[in-house]
Design a protein around this ligand. Structure first.
Ligand SMILES: Cc1cc2nc3c(=O)[nH]c(=O)nc-3n(C[C@H](O)[C@H](O)[C@H](O)COP(=O)(O)O)c2cc1C
Length: 387
């Protein structure tokens, strides 16, 4: 129980408030693992700037008395144009954070994406959560193990497979290197002081028990070396994965297939030709290639190349409901939420995630009213100031 956390989360007015609360509640190394990006964090900052510098030209005299947030995501209606993005190791924010995120998404009527690097197995997730479940696939070096993951997701009835293609190697996340945050957790004297200064978190972690990467248990080779989380993941992924491999995956996975981490319009066009069901525009929240284009800046050219043939999702940098409205105007069908949801989880578990989703949904509805947009479906670039 964490009634203090729930109270604080409910009092939070914005995702910024939740982030500040999370910063106070988490050991610094954990907060920086979640909040930080790669190298100089240029892309991390630009993800925000790309939303912040865009302006809406509001329409007036429109009936906006009942803004309609419902939208079609992969052929099914969602109550809002949001999806929870896959996040590995998020157990560090809160015990069983995967479940907290999935349950909050189900309650809100939006899809949830379980990471390959979650600490809840995909089977257990499917057993415990009734909502729309997608599985995010990291392509492992060993093709046989990758195939096993795909088959397990099919067996467990996942609606969609999201294959992440922007991590042929782990990004250079210097905060994590400096803080020495690694898997398995290794405690330096400095980290011990950091952890002891956050007894609430420490107690929750002790009660939660030792987390493991349940989906890839026994698949990651030598687990003794203390690598950063990104390096651990990168070391196990197939950096040679290419178009032919993806075509084989398309054959193996009969349901909805999304490709996450796309920024170039030529790649997007080729993916449409390959028969994917959706393209997820993302730079991994600025955690991979520092210097990569902001997602909101990449989206218009991708929308043009794809020309409505498959739906587009976007993530990286969404912190306000109005960011979602801008993303929809730029051509996205839905907006994926990463850190914004995880900050909520860090403050109060499932109720914190619900609060984060409520904030974003309320802000989106209000922005729509003020911009003269009655419904999410049909938003287009005409409400944006052209550059
Ligand atoms: C703590 C954390 C863990 C992540 N783990 C994964 C992962 O396992 N697989 C993946 O495809 N993306 C992962 N991502 C990237 C997110 O799916 C998403 O692209 C990114 O967080 C979006 O940016 P935002 O946090 O600014 O919304 C992770 C992001 C964070 C913050």
């Amino acid at each position: 129980m964490n009634t203090g956390g729930s109270r604080a989360a409910i009092a939070a007015l914005s995702i910024g408030d939740l982030r500040r609360l999370a910063r106070r509640r988490l050991p610094r190394s954990v907060f920086e693992f979640i909040d930080g990006g790669a190298e100089d964090e240029l892309t991390l900052a630009d993800n925000r700037a790309a939303f912040e510098r865009r302006r809406i030209v509001p329409r007036v005299l429109v009936d906006v008395s009942k803004p309609d947030l419902h939208t079609d995501i992969l052929g099914r209606t969602a109550s809002a144009p949001f999806v929870i993005a896959p996040m590995g190791s998020c157990v560090l924010a809160w015990p069983q954070a995967d479940l907290a995120l999935a349950r909050a998404a189900a309650a809100c009527g939006i899809p949830y994406t379980l990471s390959t690097m979650a600490t809840t197995s995909l089977e257990r997730m499917a057993e415990l959560v009734q909502g729309r479940l997608w599985f995010q696939l990291y392509v492992l070096r060993d093709q046989r193990l990758t195939d096993q993951l795909v088959d397990r997701a099919r067996e467990a009835d996942y609606e969609a497979l999201v294959v992440t293609v922007d991590l042929p190697a782990g990004g250079k996340r210097e905060r994590d290197l400096r803080n020495g945050i690694s898997i398995p957790l290794r405690m330096s004297a400095r980290q011990l002081v950091d952890v002891l200064a956050h007894p609430g978190w420490t107690l929750r972690m002790i009660r939660g028990g030792l987390p493991r990467f349940e989906n890839v248990r026994g698949m990651l080779g030598d687990e003794s070396a203390g690598l950063t989380i990104a390096a651990r993941v990168g070391q196990n992924l197939n950096a040679a994965y290419g178009w032919d491999d993806l075509a084989r995956l398309r054959e193996r996975w009969p349901r909805k297939l999304l490709v996450k981490g796309v920024e170039h319009p030529a790649d997007a066009a080729r993916l449409v030709g390959l028969g994917v069901d959706g393209i997820w525009v993302s730079n991994h929240g600025g955690r991979q290639l520092d210097g990569a284009i902001a997602s909101a800046d990449a989206l218009p050219a991708i929308a043009e190349a794809v020309a409505g043939r498959v739906p587009l999702l976007i993530d990286s940098g969404v912190r306000r409901g109005v960011d979602a409205l801008k993303a929809l105007a730029l051509g996205a069908q839905a907006v994926a939420i990463g850190r914004a949801a995880l900050f909520g989880a860090a403050v109060a578990g499932e109720s914190g995630v619900r609060r984060a989703l409520q904030i974003l949904t309320d802000e989106l509805a209000l922005s729509m009213k003020l911009a003269g947009v009655p419904a999410v479906q049909g938003v287009d670039a005409s409400i944006l100031k052209s550059h």
